[in-house]
Design a protein around this ligand. Structure first.
Ligand code: ZN
Length: 85
């Protein structure tokens, strides 16, 4: 597992455990941080979505799949309202 854990990420993971225990399937569109997406696109490294899902290979933000409900919930309810971070 890449060493990308920080306090907010751990908090998110703890909140998630209280939501539901299953693992989101790979065909959802997940929310990633911009930095992680840049690294993924440039280097092809695995990145972790805000829901905890690990994306191996290149993320494809344009695919016509439903948005991951965990990511969306976290984005709407947990993450601070962003300017453009
Ligand atoms: Zn997700």
């Amino acid at each position: 597992m890449p060493d990308v854990m920080d306090a907010p990420t751990l908090l998110l993971k703890e909140r998630l455990k209280t939501l539901e225990g299953d693992t989101p399937p790979d065909d959802f569109k997940h929310y990633f941080t911009k930095d992680d997406l840049d690294r993924n696109l440039l280097e092809g490294v695995a990145i972790q979505a805000i829901c905890g899902f690990i994306k191996e290979g290149l993320a494809t933000p344009d695919i016509d799949n439903p948005v991951c409900p965990k990511c969306k919930w976290l984005y709407d309810n947990v993450l601070p309202p962003g300017d453009d971070e």
